[in-house]
Design a protein around this ligand. Sequence first.
Ligand code: SAM
Length: 244
Amino acid sequence: PPGLYIVATPIGNLGDLTRRAAEVLSGCAVIACEDTRVTGKLLNHLGIKRPMRRYDDHASEDARDKLLAEMCEKPVALVSDAGTPLISDPGYKLVRTARERGIAVTSLPGPSALVVALTLAGLPTDRFMFAGFLPSKDKARGDALGELAAVPATLVFYETGPRLVDSLEAMARIMPGREIAVARELTKLHEECRTGTAVELAAHYTAHPPKGEIVLLAGPPPAPAAPGEADVDAALRQALETMS
Ligand code: SAM
């Protein structure tokens, strides 16, 4: 049926493409994608031949309108280079406008690096906040971390190799005392998930500059230490002194 189909694709391991994703991609009239070369490779691997159209959130109103008009008549799929569209990837404006115009929108679940990293890191998952990419400039990065420092949840960031150590050093300064995890090359041959303090991980990745794709996670803020026996004694003594 006509409408917009949001289709998640693998983030490394091609075996992670769902059967439903393959069905929708082979049955749709057009595939809107970030980069026709990247999506072309995936389609080639699957033996699927469908017309592709480059689309991102910076596309002109005209280009978006054209896609929206097609969705009223035919099934249109939206994919990104890897993982789930709209998650640090294009699609938000397209979905928003499609919904406003009463076009059927459905989403086919599949891989997203954020969820894979979260399930792998051993950090609390009951509450988490996905914060996308940190700004690349020192001041803006520090401000962003400062804003997030009080959030009582695991924080999840997308990161790049060249910036990882800077981000870890900023975390050590601005949100000390957290458990940190670096999840790298998820679902691929050299998948790695390393945990420690920001200081330890900064030292490790300074010595071994990280290759490939990275998710950076920070556990929730450490709970204030429960008062020990000595603290209680001291407080009692002080209280007694003030009373006498
Ligand atoms: N939409 C994608 C998703 O659902 O995961 C994310 C797109 S975003 C432009 C790309 C970033 O996702 C990378 O810079 C990296 O931080 C993260 N990422 C994607 N694939 C990954 C992988 N296999 N391992 C680790 N991180 C990955």
